[in-house]
Design a protein around this ligand. Structure first.
Ligand code: NAD
Length: 420
């Protein structure tokens, strides 16, 4: 991994910059530079052909200062420790930006889930859950879906944890099926938050969503839902991509048709989709398109020293975690591109995860209108605070978001003190 792509180092660079803006001393926030705990497990799985394959798994609790750790579970073949540490730390910052009482955590297994049968995936999930069970809990650390995992995986997770603990524990995961205590609106929450933040950003520039030209990298849970909701709100989605290829259509793609095609069976990719008037592009071309808004919604380290100089969009809405490296960020800042940061943009998922956890504790279920109203209120108020700070202090939005989060974390750290 080159240094530019070291996500944890990129996170530390932003943290240091925010700390100096707040006039903090190293002692005030040094604990946030080190995850509280890092667990690495070797997960044996009986494969369908009788072989036993061993996969590397991780669970990292970055901070429990403001509440139990919260963070997704990623299944990806390229995942590494620095990435999981960064993802866990970003969760700490994100929960503080939207002011919900959670800390930050993240889990991962180094595996390509598309290469496993359903049975293998279930056995992997159950064994991994059992191995990290001593460290997690509804009041300690609560996983959720991320890249390569979904509600089905969360259901297996809940069942295994409940069996290990000897009691049904719905609060152990969020993003689970509604029948198992999942929240209405959770599946769409990250994408809905992205639509709301895009709307608010345009509103500050006196422009509506309708007619805005958008390119989206990644058509999974986050990118797909964002595309759907933005198209419903009148945006013209001129380009989308996934790991297989990108599609471009000047008049706007037929997003319901794209999503219907991808949703027909698990593992479907855009390379098999045809639409009249749509041409193929690659991911680098997508990032450089002449559009109003670019939404990276796939993985980290996409807008870099190499790709950032070619970005033509005037607004970048960071739907993925860590899509912009520190070097890419500097270039976009110099070029006057408005970058709305991941720790604000994609917080909708964790906000509704918090609502799900609250519903589980109370053994109650909210209706969809209540969930969506709570999400909108939380996202818009966090956006307003970040936007106002950025304008008042002439800062990039990312720095204002970090400043607000770090201020809240350090205040709690001071009150709690350091034991003993
Ligand atoms: P997902 O697995 O559902 O989808 C990922 C998408 O990215 C897929 O379409 C995949 O084909 C595509 N992709 C992978 N590599 C690519 C590449 N090199 N170029 C272009 N596309 C590529 O994952 P997701 O849940 O949608 O997560 C996407 C991002 O959003 C991640 O950064 C994740 O951490 C973040 N996120 C997810 C949630 C959530 O609720 N799922 C919440 C907050 C943030």
């Amino acid at each position: 991994m080159n240094r530019e792509n070291d996500s944890f180092q990129n996170m530390l660079a932003s943290l240091d910059r925010a700390a100096s803006l707040l006039g903090l001393q190293e002692n005030d926030y040094v604990t946030l530079k080190h995850p509280e705990s890092e667990l690495k497990v070797a997960v044996p799985v009986k494969m369908d052909d009788g072989r036993i394959e061993v996969f590397s798994g991780y669970r990292i609790l970055h901070s429990s200062l403001r509440g139990p750790g919260k963070g997704g579970l990623r299944y990806h073949p390229e995942v590494n420790l620095s990435e999981v540490k960064a993802l866990a730390a970003w969760m700490t910052i994100k929960c503080a930006v939207v002011d919900i009482p959670f800390g930050g955590a993240k889990g991962a297994v180094k595996v390509d889930p598309r290469q496993l049968s359903q049975g293998e995936l279930e056995r992997l999930t159950r064994r991994y859950t059992a191995m990290i069970a001593p460290l997690i809990g509804p009041e300690k650390d609560i996983p959720a879906p991320d890249v390569g995992t979904n509600a089905t995986v969360m259901g297996w997770f809940l069942d295994t944890y409940s069996l290990v603990k000897g009691q049904l524990s719905p609060g152990i995961v969020t993003g689970k099926p509604v029948e198992l205590g999942g929240s209405l609106g959770r599946q769409e929450a990250t994408g809905r938050g992205i639509m709301l933040i895009t709307r608010e950003t345009l509103k500050r520039q006196g422009r509506p969503l309708a007619g805005t030209r958008v390119a989206i990298q990644g058509m999974g849970a986050v990118g797909g839902t964002s595309a759907k909701l933005l198209a419903q709100a009148g945006c013209r989605i001129v380009a989308v991509s996934d790991v297989s290829c990108g599609l471009y259509k000047e008049d706007g793609l037929d997003i319901p048709a794209v999503l219907a095609y991808l949703g027909q069976e698990p593992g479907r990719l855009l390379s098999g989709y045809e639409e009249a008037g749509a041409g193929r592009i690659d991911n680098e071309q997508l990032l450089a398109l002449d559009v109003d808004i670019l939404i990276p919604a796939a993985l980290e380290n996409q807008l870099t020293a190499k790709t950032a100089p070619h970005v033509q969009a005037r607004i970048v809405i960071e739907a993925a975690n860590g899509p912009t490296t520190s070097a890419g960020d500097e270039i976009l800042e110099e070029r006057g591109v408005t970058v709305v940061p991941d720790i604000l943009v994609n917080a909708g998922g964790v906000v509704v995860s918090y609502f799900e956890w609250v519903q589980n504790i109370q053994a109650m279920a909210w209706d969809l209108a209540k969930v969506n109203a709570g999400l909108e209120k939380t996202m818009v108020s966090a956006f307003d605070a970040v936007w106002e700070d950025a304008r008042a202090n002439n800062l990039p939005l990312r720095m204002s978001a970090y400043k607000i989060a770090l201020g809240r974390l350090v205040a709690v750290q001071k009150l709690r003190g350091v034991f003993p």
